[in-house]
Write a protein of this length. Structure first.
Length: 132
């Protein structure tokens, strides 16, 4: 559970097939969904999940990706290193995964992710960031 919310097991296609027990932080990857239609139900399929799963897999090579949060039109990916440093990457849900990954890799050629609060890739060729 996260903040007293129920967690679920989800397959690669986005099908919710069972309730998940509470795990310690970092023991399992977390997809977080803020839904306006209420809590999810076992037996439903989350339509955006395959895209989010592909995004998670692509971005995992940048560091220890610990969670992905789906907001209305955006994704927020949270990374954590072994030394405890954290940073976020914010993307538009409509953008191509490989293009987003190449933008992030380009930004990290000149920026150390551990010094960042976030990297924002939602604005085409413009990359915004905020240092800690």
């Amino acid at each position: 559970t996260i903040d007293s919310q129920q967690c679920y097991f989800v397959d690669d296609d986005g099908y919710l097939f069972g309730e998940a027990p509470k795990f310690s932080d970092g023991s399992i990857f977390r997809f977080i969904w803020e839904s306006e239609t209420g809590p999810p139900r076992i037996g439903v399929t989350i339509p955006w999940f395959p895209q989010a799963h592909a995004l998670k897999n692509a971005f995992s090579r940048l560091g220890a990706l610990v969670s992905l949060q789906r907001m209305v039109e955006d994704y927020e990916l949270v990374f954590r290193r072994d030394d405890g440093t954290r940073w976020k990457i914010i993307t538009a849900a409509k953008d191509d995964t490989l293009l987003l990954l190449s933008r992030a890799e380009l930004a990290f050629k000149s920026l150390d992710p551990s010094t960042l609060d976030y990297l924002d890739l939602r604005f085409g060729t413009k990359i915004f960031y905020k240092r800690k």
